[in-house]
Design a protein around this ligand. Structure first.
Ligand code: HPA
Length: 272
């Protein structure tokens, strides 16, 4: 993706976003409730940001919210963009680059995910320590704009190690149990077969979901430090007792876990 698309989007935002942002957040399915705690300065529907597609996924509001949260100036994508909506990895990269251009140095990402790890239960929160990009795509494919980032960005510490230490410490202090693991990112929208889930489990992943990996690649590329959490919404072990999954159950569980995640994030934000 060329820088022109980013420039056009930023032109559309000119004069609407106020002082520079410190922390950016992208909230996942059923996890948008944290936006309610923001002292809002501006709410901008994605449709008003030139070049940014409108979010259509269930549980995703589709607006950029700018304001203050836990003492920090934040920009929050309330509703994320997914490949399964027919969007491209470049669309997803654009959303992340907008957040960077608004001034953010840190990006907090949340998602709803299925548990590949049989020790996890719905309602758990998992701190993402790394990912497997199993989408077969990459948001950086195409001409690289060196004013945005490097052609071959290092991904060996994509999920900022210092932020991960901080998250563990803050969670312990708040009495919030935190799982840790690797997130496998897939395109969806069909859920994985049981064989696919066992395959991902054998590859070392603890959770699976349909987002995050492209956002994190684009974030690392443009110099954002990343902190990410999965709200575990369903058992996805692919074992003999694998139950049926429904989006209604996933959203309901995400909302439960979202409350805990909200408490954790409000405590973490001042330190990012
Ligand atoms: N698979 C993929 N994405 C998901 C799941 C799952 O089991 N649960 C929530 N998002």
């Amino acid at each position: 993706m060329s820088g022109e698309r980013l420039t056009a989007a930023m032109d559309a935002l000119a004069g609407r976003t106020g002082a520079p942002v410190e922390v950016a957040l992208i909230l996942g399915s059923g996890l948008g409730g944290l936006a309610d705690a923001v002292e809002v300065d501006a709410t901008i529907p994605y449709g008003e940001i030139r070049g940014l597609p409108v979010a259509t996924a269930p549980g995703h509001a589709g607006q950029l919210v700018i304001g203050r949260l836990a003492g920090r100036r934040v920009a929050l994508m309330q509703g994320r963009l997914h490949l399964y909506e027919g969007l491209t990895p470049a669309d997803i990269a654009l959303s992340v680059r907008i957040l960077r251009r608004l001034g953010a140095g840190a990006l907090v990402v949340t998602n709803a995910a299925g548990a590949l790890d049989p020790g996890f239960v719905p309602g758990d929160i998992m701190l993402i320590e790394d990912h497997l990009n199993l989408t077969g795509a990459n948001p950086l494919i195409g001409r690289n704009d060196p004013s945005i980032g490097l052609r071959f960005p290092d991904m060996s510490r994509a999920y900022d190690p210092a932020y991960r230490d901080l998250a563990r410490a803050v969670a312990a202090e708040a009495g919030i149990a935190l799982r840790t693991g690797i997130y496998a990112g897939v395109t969806g929208p069909s859920l994985e077969t049981s064989a696919e889930r066992r395959c991902m489990q054998a590859s070392g992943a603890q959770a699976v979901g349909m987002s995050t990996v492209h956002e994190v690649i684009a974030a690392v590329h443009c110099g954002l430090r990343v902190l990410a959490f999965s709200a575990i919404t369903n058992e996805a072990t692919g074992g003999p007792d694998q139950g049926e999954d429904t989006i209604e159950r996933v959203l309901e569980r995400a909302e439960q876990a979202g409350k805990t995640l909200g408490v954790l994030l409000e405590r973490l934000l001042p330190a990012l």
